[in-house]
Design a binder for this molecule. Structure first.
Ligand SMILES: [Zn+2]
Length: 123
């Protein structure tokens, strides 16, 4: 499944987002290195800071199915990932991150490009 195909999955699932406050529905789809795909959507809350981004919910689904860092090779998101999610993408070592630029053209970037000189917990 290509980055564009994964993006189409993200676009389709965005319709199931729970975004009654912002009205900004976001979808995400992750592809594991054995070919499985897990989708996620943003889920808002009346206490605004408690909302969850689409890429986080997709990653949570993948983890619940047994996948972890190094086992997720790509993600597509219907919006540019926020700063906090870029740290999540770094945590999972995702090689390909696909999302639209402000003009709607699809970009594919490495997590290193999105979060240079990133942080890891010292061992
Ligand atoms: Zn985010």
């Amino acid at each position: 499944m290509s980055g564009r195909d994964l993006y189409e999955r993200a676009l389709a699932v965005a319709q199931r987002a729970y975004a009654p406050y912002s009205k900004y529905s976001v979808g995400a789809a992750v592809r594991t290195n054995d070919g499985n795909v897990f989708e996620g959507v943003n889920v808002e809350n009346a206490a605004y800071p408690l909302g969850v981004c689409a890429e986080k919910s997709a990653l949570v689904r993948a983890v619940a199915e047994g996948y972890g860092p190094g086992q997720i090779e790509a993600i597509a998101i219907t919006a540019s990932p926020c700063g906090g999610c870029r740290q999540w993408l770094h945590e999972f070592g995702i090689a390909e991150v696909t999302f639209p630029d402000t003009g709607g053209a699809l970009l594919t970037r490495s997590v290193e490009q999105l979060l240079p000189e990133s942080w890891d917990l010292p061992e």
